[in-house]
Design a protein around this ligand. Structure first.
Ligand code: ARG
Length: 562
């Protein structure tokens, strides 16, 4: 039950159509101080229509607000302040959560429409970077949130597995490559071949054209080129899957750039048909002057296709395959021009679904305040970071709870959860300073803190040694009330997180809920055997359900002991 909606309805009903429910809803505020009630309706805007002072309107309105869910309604200045009835509301909220379990907060506005999310999308033969981590965890969380809102999510990993760089890589491999070394440590070896290529190419002018020639062969379907490329791709995917497994992230499709190899001619054809192609220094481009954007490059002068060409083909393919209602691209901000160009070309082609495509950018992961750079060695490899986080979590567990069973599993859940939470608690578009230490703190706004709170709630329920029944009464203390209010707002937090495509709203919410829970725990003798025992346990269980579901949406697991 959304009490703000409920209050808005009561206001609208009492005002004889002066305001719609929606208008009333938008005016309602949440008072800063508990002494001003739980909800407040300001009457300023009504003064003109009623030709009365806002204060008088508030007074008249307040008397009409009699309701079993309202303990007290008070006119204060221009405001109607409502104090919800703690016992009645607590009963409703907690009973609903116990009944619905993890489905509490499910929304239906997605109407089972399809939303495709393009995220993670690393480049093969290159290390998985922190930027790709951000895309992976943000994209995966948004997909979970969209599903919670009633959408059907399709998770797509648009692997960077095509482009001139693979011609270069093949050229480098033919010159200096060592098959067995690559098999041992594929990404590292392939990446150093790539770096070597660029170093040598500065003096050896022959190299660049060799690289181009190999890419040409690749695009023309040459057997050897294709075999080597496929091998690089398979080896890289093995590496990536280890990371996805650690992170607990999965995809519905790994159709990367190469998949669109035979689907680009179709796009070129459509562009030609509609006279959208022009020539520029031998290359083919779509001019986007009217949008004040630089032209979108479709084919190079040697006939090679580009990143944008493949994205155009991918968009058309995805629409034909999934008939999506919305398509998101969770990709770093540095590609924002690219996506503007791609979306604009699709619009020019007359695809009205192009309007449903959104680039969802995110801030940088910084190290010592500076952008990470693979070339300059200022880089933290994701797998190393995850492993270190797991090791640190293991140390923590050994110190705090040496007797814990399945230590390894819990350390993985906590270490990985810490990294994911740290990423997601920052507003999506802000930059983040990378700090393993901060991620793994058990206190403060961290993943382990929320997980720890969840484990605590589980332990209380275990210690109670009694089954919780779903008949609630009481729960009227300030501390329990804080929890109940937060629990009641979970659905609207999910809706907002979807609206802003920002999982940080949920991360902040679970922190607030964990804090409210811990302060309740500090102030309340939960396990005392009195007539409210069952209600207190039910509140603990409701909080546990919502903490777990909140973390699940973020892609974080919840051990029951840690
Ligand atoms: N592989 C690209 C990169 O690492 C990201 C791809 C994003 N998705 C897309 N459809 N362009 O920069």
């Amino acid at each position: 039950m959304n009490y703000k909606v409920y209050f808005a309805k009561r206001i609208a009903d009492s005002l004889d159509e002066q305001l719609t429910e929606q208008q009333a809803y938008e005016l309602i505020e949440t008072p800063k101080y508990a002494s001003h009630g739980d909800l407040a309706f300001p009457c300023f805007t009504l003064a003109k229509a009623f030709r009365k002072s806002p204060a008088l309107i508030a007074e008249e309105l307040a008397v009409k607000m009699n309701d079993p869910l309202f303990e007290k309604v008070e006119a204060k200045g221009a405001y109607v302040n409502v104090f919800l009835d703690k016992a009645a509301v607590s009963k409703q909220v907690v009973e609903a959560i116990l009944q619905q379990g993890s489905h509490y907060g499910d929304l239906s506005f997605g109407k089972e429409q399809t939303i495709v999310l393009d995220f993670s999308s690393p480049n093969i033969a290159k290390p998985f970077s922190m930027g790709h981590l951000r895309s992976t965890v943000i994209g995966s969380a948004i997909a979970n949130i969209a599903e919670k809102c009633g959408y059907k999510a399709v998770r797509i990993n648009h692997l960077g597995d095509w482009g001139t760089q693979f011609g270069k890589l093949i050229a480098a491999y033919k010159r200096w490559g060592d098959e067995s070394k690559i098999k041992e440590n594929p990404i590292k070896e392939l990446f150093s071949l790539y770096v070597k290529f660029h170093e040598e190419a500065e003096t050896d002018k022959q190299l660049e054209s060799e690289g181009r020639a190999w890419f040409k062969k690749l695009e023309d379907g040459n057997e050897e080129a294709h075999r080597i490329w496929k091998w690089f791709r398979d080896e890289s995917l093995k590496d990536f899957s280890r990371i996805y497994e650690l992170l607990g992230v999965s995809f519905d499709s790994y159709n990367g750039e190469a998949f669109y190899n035979d689907k680009m001619e179709h796009i070129v054809h459509l562009l030609e048909e509609q006279n959208l192609l022009s020539e520029s220094d031998g290359a083919m481009v779509v001019r986007l002057d009217e949008k004040e954007l630089p032209p979108c490059l479709i084919k190079k002068s040697d006939g090679a296709t580009l990143y944008a060409t493949r994205d155009l083909a991918a968009a058309v393919y995805r629409y034909e395959t999934y008939q999506f209602a919305k398509a998101l691209y969770v990709v770093g901000r540095e590609q924002s021009l690219h996506f503007q160009q791609v979306f604009s070309v699709l619009e020019k082609l007359g695809f009205d679904w192009a309007k449903t495509m959104v680039h969802v950018p995110f801030g940088l992961m910084l190290k010592d305040g500076k952008k990470m750079s693979t070339r300059k060695g200022r880089v933290i490899l994701l797998e190393d970071a995850l492993k270190e986080a797991i090791a640190l979590a293991k140390q923590n567990i050994a110190a705090k709870n040496p007797g814990l069973e399945n230590k390894e599993e819990v350390a993985r859940q906590v270490g990985v959860g810490a990294v994911i939470f740290y990423d997601l608690k920052h507003e999506r578009t802000s930059n983040i300073e990378f700090s393993l230490e901060d991620m793994l703190k058990f206190e403060g706004e961290t993943g382990p803190y929320v997980q720890y709170t969840y484990a605590r709630s589980c332990s209380i329920l275990r210690n109670a040694q009694t089954a919780v029944t779903n008949t609630i009464h009481g729960l009227t203390t300030e501390e329990s009330w804080k929890i109940v209010k937060l629990l009641a707002s979970f659905p609207s937090v999910i809706e907002k997180a979807y609206e802003h495509l920002d999982p940080s709203l949920i991360a902040k919410y679970v922190i607030d809920l964990a804090q409210a829970f811990n302060s309740y725990y500090a102030h309340t003798k939960i396990l005392v055997k009195d007539e409210e025992l069952n209600s207190r346990l039910a509140l603990v269980q409701a909080a546990a359900i919502v903490l777990k579901e909140g973390l699940r949406l973020l892609g974080i697991e919840t051990p029951e002991q840690m």
